[in-house]
Design a protein around this ligand. Structure first.
Ligand SMILES: [Fe+2]
Length: 183
């Protein structure tokens, strides 16, 4: 499966534009991290696109998040290893991740919102956001408070320091900035 197929599958289940953007952003960061680590860029990107496919279906019920997504993807005939990562990404149920792809997804899922929020402060100019900007915003716990700093820190388990991760994250989002409505 490639990015395009994953995106059209996502759009069959997810209608909110902001949620689609969140998945695009998470995927773009996953791809950069995969490239940096020498992992499978296309697979990591597809996982990022699909990880929240059940979000609208499970609505408020977070005890089903990921599990429902896995069910959908299995029915769609998606590869079992992708299905498993989507299922397990709900850290409120699973947690304690050891696989690089799972660790990266926790961190990418959480930092995507932080970088986008930082760009919105700069009137949507992502090109004005630097690792230094993100370092500051990371420390300001009230800024984009929903972006879990502990999940971002997971990336350190892959021997990626936070400044490096900020750089990879910003670069990833720059690659899809038009789709995110940023400059
Ligand atoms: Fe997510």
């Amino acid at each position: 499966m490639n990015r395009e197929d994953a995106l059209s599958l996502l759009k069959r289940y997810v209608k909110q534009e902001n949620l689609i953007k969140h998945c695009i952003a998470t995927a773009a960061i996953m791809k950069e991290v995969a490239k940096y680590l020498g992992e499978d860029e296309q697979k990591w990107e597809v996982i990022g696109i699909l990880h929240d496919i059940d979000y609208e279906l499970v609505a408020e019920d977070m005890s089903k998040h990921g599990l429902k997504g896995a069910e959908i993807l299995s029915e769609e005939g998606i590869a079992e290893d992708i299905v498993e990562v989507v299922k397990r990404h709900n850290h409120t149920i699973f947690g304690d991740y050891e696989k690089p792809v799972e660790i990266a997804l926790q961190a990418a899922d959480s930092i995507s919102g932080l970088i986008i929020a930082a760009a919105l402060v700069k009137k949507g100019r992502l090109s004005d956001v630097t690792p230094k900007t993100i370092k500051k915003k990371f420390k300001d716990k009230s800024f984009a408070a929903g972006c879990d700093r502990n999940r971002i820190r997971e990336i350190e388990k892959l021997n990626i320091e936070l400044p490096k991760f900020y750089e990879l994250g910003i670069r990833g989002l720059m690659n899809v900035k038009e789709e995110l409505g940023l400059e």
